[in-house]
Design a protein around this ligand. Structure first.
Ligand code: PLP
Length: 422
């Protein structure tokens, strides 16, 4: 209660902006995930690794737009490429060469992708990939995992408010449970067309998949002829060739998005030559998939620049090392202070859970008390560290050592201040 009261006192302009917004947007927002009771902080601007709220407070941006802001807020390559693209016109209504440049970089980086199609968001990439896979197999069932998040209309929380989901013929199974998936896939047999999985549960708690789990999915789907899709929309930033490269497990299809176009809206899906060939318009019975902005000139040009010049395999690899190091330090801080909690994640993505023992699926994660997570969130905001309300952080390339030290001291002061009740 005290932390909430001080939050309300610190953000009068956000409160005003929220009240105005609520007149025109349900609950004052167009992204449910950004709502925070009684009102969310409104952001005025961002630069490098920092953002400023409407009341003028500066934060170290340790969220980086839920992983999409991998490059920070004013990356010179992104800004320079946008300026160049602007000079050539925005919506050209025809094919542009940057599409293929961007696509080639994706094919070169992610082992499962032989051909690509672009979309405007990760959700769209997943919807399209699932539809393509069902069409390819001529089957109807889609396997998803408890706690999975594949987009606004493909959201499978283990508790909480109901999502507005696309209607699919679904089979849900627990994450990281090798026996359950083997049994379910065998039982479904030739009814099952698609298995879609995040190589690390994202919104479900930043919980990495075990290699054995992904390997079992690979083996069982291949046996029954179902299409295995890795949703690497978050995880492709965790290792130079995504988690498929890290584990050496190649799915049939992969979806991408988030940071891929330097913070502009983007999605992409791709995969095996024969599955993607369904979209080849030179073929008589090809699948038609259009989209006015699917090859928008800003996204295509910036995407190519991001992959070739900024989010290089080397940069991704170094950021993962920094993320792993920060996670170790933060866990050391919690342990040293006797707090019953832990940071999960992999590489540059971290999330706090107020629960001990190993966390292997979304059910384990919900045992972490929501009010403790809110307390953590409010404390981090007060200390000038911007994170997700659910306790998730994602590092950007723009964060300095000093910024990461600030994150660590904010966690330290959290443990100091609230240690008694944790
Ligand atoms: N898949 C995963 C794993 C995600 O984390 C997200 C977004 O948070 C999506 C898909 C959806 O992407 P978008 O928000 O661009 O539609």
């Amino acid at each position: 209660t005290a932390a909430r009261a001080s939050y309300v006192r610190a953000n009068p302009k956000s409160l005003e902006a929220f009240e105005r917004a609520a007149e025109y947007l349900p609950g004052g927002t167009t992204r449910s995930g950004l709502f925070n009771s009684p009102f969310p902080v409104f952001i005025a601007r961002g630069q490098d690794a920092y953002i400023w709220d409407l009341d003028g407070k500066r934060y170290v941006d340790a969220l980086s737009e839920f992983t999409a802001g991998l490059l920070g807020h004013s990356n010179p390559v992104v800004l320079g490429t946008i300026r160049q693209a602007l000079d050539n016109g925005l919506s050209l209504g025809g094919q542009i060469e940057d599409e293929a440049r961007f696509a080639r970089l994706i094919v070169d980086r992610f082992p499962s992708i032989k051909k690509v199609r672009f979309t405007n968001s990760g959700t769209e990439a997943n919807v399209s990939a699932i539809a393509a896979a069902l069409h390819y197999t001529g089957r109807s069932k889609v396997m998803v995992f408890e706690g999975a998040y594949h987009g606004g209309s493909l959201n499978f929380p283990v508790n909480g408010p109901s999502p507005l989901n696309a209607r699919l013929d679904l089979v849900q199974t627990p994450y990281n449970d090798v026996e359950a998936v083997r049994a379910t896939i065998r039982r479904q047999g030739e009814k099952l067309g698609v298995v879609i999985v995040e190589p690390m549960l994202g919104a479900g708690g930043s919980i990495p998949a075990d290699r054995e789990f992904l390997a079992a999915l690979r083996e069982e789907t291949a046996r029954i002829g179902a299409v295995l899709i890795f949703d690497e929309i978050q995880t492709s930033r965790l290792a130079p060739n995504g988690m498929q490269g890290y584990w050496g497990i190649t799915p049939d299809m992969t979806t991408l998005g988030k940071y891929l176009a330097g913070g502009l809206s983007i999605g992409a899906f791709g995969g095996r030559e024969d599955i993607m060939a369904q979209f080849d318009p030179r073929k008589p019975a090809s699948l038609v998939l259009s989209g006015t902005f699917n090859n928008n000139s800003l996204g295509m040009r910036v995407g190519a620049a991001v992959l070739s010049e900024v989010a290089t395999e080397e940069a991704i690899s170094q950021l993962s090392v920094r993320g792993n190091d920060l996670r170790r330090r933060l866990n050391g801080t919690l342990e040293g202070a006797g707090v019953a909690g832990q940071f999960t994640g992999f590489g540059s993505i971290l999330a706090i859970h107020f629960v001990m023992g190993s966390l292997r699926n979304a059910n384990d994660a919900v045992t972490s008390h929501p009010s403790l997570r809110e307390l953590f969130y409010l404390h981090m905001l007060e200390e000038g560290i911007w994170i997700a309300r659910r306790g998730m952080m994602a590092l950007s390339l723009a964060l300095s050592h000093d910024d990461l030290d600030k994150v660590e001291s904010a966690v330290d002061s959290f443990a100091d201040r609230w240690g008694d009740i944790l």
